[in-house]
Design a protein around this ligand. Structure first.
Ligand SMILES: Cc1cc2nc3c(=O)[nH]c(=O)nc-3n(C[C@H](O)[C@H](O)[C@H](O)COP(=O)(O)O)c2cc1C
Length: 378
């Protein structure tokens, strides 16, 4: 990992080491990918104010996330199928996050189950929930997260209807993948990946196994999942979830001020300004474009987290400058996982931490609390 200098290097290694179907699954966005591109372009347009002759010898990335101490204002976002980027990927990512002193969020759509991760790590992690029609199953998932001592529930609210990713269809993306000659050749050229995934505990959706008859058959599971996202989900259901989940609740996928107002009244402790990394509503604004108005409207009442487009410590600084309290990363660490397992995720976190501390120094700030809109040029 010595010559890896930025997240783009990890992305390139991921591309070389993992079969195309899984790399594209992580990398690509929905439809024409306009929102995917806007996330990056709009972040990069934000310019910093270079400040000089300020004592920046005491730079410190530590902060609090939902009242808990954290080594930096960064969270690993829920990412489905990490165990297909690297065998036992969820466990590797969680261990890297915990070693770095930041939260890891497990996706409902993980390969490892909640219990697999809980048994493999010694600190609490966060659990992300997709609400499905089978409410009995959702209740049992929340109860499993409670039993595993998960320290926050991230309710994702922007995926009751699935945006289409053209690349996934073209790649015959199923779990495990559909076979074709070109795919077999692709897999044969990645023996280390194949060996790693075969060594992993599981190769299907670990949280769903045992729930429905035939659930060890991936086709049965995938069909069930596709038919299960509950399009009736509404604000009323937040009360139902809060009646089961006693802990901290985060609503992920807020992109509009009116929804942010409702989120602030919902009893949730935090919201994530997010467009799901440009994987859902193509044509939606970038997350960074809407962040300031959401912070203005509700930032005093609910903790604001941010994601979609972060690929560097500079990007974290930009989001904090515009009012976010912490940032989630999705692809940035998924690339690290595909590139090098736990060490790759650790590298991604370390790169971002070093870029953030350098950027703080060059902007003349020492602490995360000092980062505000005075560090950016308007
Ligand atoms: C491959 C992939 C899978 C994802 N799976 C989930 C998921 O299961 N649940 C969820 O809430 N968000 C999921 N997301 C969205 C991320 O949590 C996050 O919002 C997004 O990745 C942020 O954008 P970024 O990738 O540009 O950092 C996924 C994102 C990616 C890239």
């Amino acid at each position: 990992m010595k010559h890896i200098t930025c997240i783009e290097d990890l992305r390139e290694l991921h591309r070389r080491r993992v079969p195309k179907a899984f790399f594209d699954y992580a990398d690509r966005g929905s439809y024409a990918e306009a929102t995917l591109r806007a996330n990056r372009e709009d972040l990069q347009q934000i310019k910093f104010r270079q400040r000089v002759l300020v004592d920046v010898s005491k730079r410190d990335l530590t902060t609090a996330i939902l009242g808990e101490p954290a080594a930096m204002p960064l969270i690993l976002a829920p990412v489905g199928l990490l165990g297909m980027q690297h065998g036992d990927g969820e466990i590797h990512a969680c261990r890297a996050a915990q070693a770095a002193g930041i939260p890891f969020t497990q996706s409902t759509m993980s390969i490892c189950s909640i219990e697999d991760i809980a048994a493999a790590v010694d600190k609490p992690f966060w659990f992300q929930l997709y609400v499905m029609k089978d409410r009995g199953f959702i209740k049992s998932l929340i109860e499993r997260a409670i039993a595993a001592k998960c320290s926050a529930l991230v309710l994702t609210v922007d995926l009751q209807v699935n945006g289409q990713r053209h690349a996934d269809i073209k790649n015959g993306m199923t779990v495990p993948p559909e076979w074709s000659v070109s795919k077999l050749l692709d897999f044969a050229s990645k023996p280390a990946w194949v060996a790693g995934v075969l060594r992993g505990k599981r190769r299907t959706f670990g949280n769903l196994i045992g729930h429905l008859k035939g659930s060890d058959d991936v086709t049965v599971l995938s069909t069930w999942i596709a038919s299960q996202f509950d399009t009736t989900l509404s604000w009323k259901d937040i009360d139902w979830i809060r009646s089961i989940w006693p802990g901290k609740l985060i609503l992920k996928g807020i992109l509009d001020v009116e929804d942010a107002e409702l989120a602030a009244k919902s009893g949730a402790q935090a919201l994530v300004v997010s467009n799901h990394g440009g994987r859902q509503l193509d044509g939606a604004p970038s997350s960074i474009e809407v962040l300031p108005e959401i912070v203005d409207a509700v930032g005093a009442r609910i903790e604001i987290m941010f994601d979609s487009g972060i690929r560097s410590g500079q990007d974290v600084m930009r989001a904090l400058a515009l009012g976010a309290k912490s940032c989630m990363i999705g692809r940035a660490y998924a690339y690290g996982l595909g590139a090098g397992g736990q060490a790759g995720v650790a590298k991604a976190i370390d790169l971002i931490a070093k870029e953030l501390t350098t950027t703080m120094g060059l902007c003349g700030v020492n602490t995360v609390a000092e980062i505000d809109d005075s560090v950016v040029a308007v």
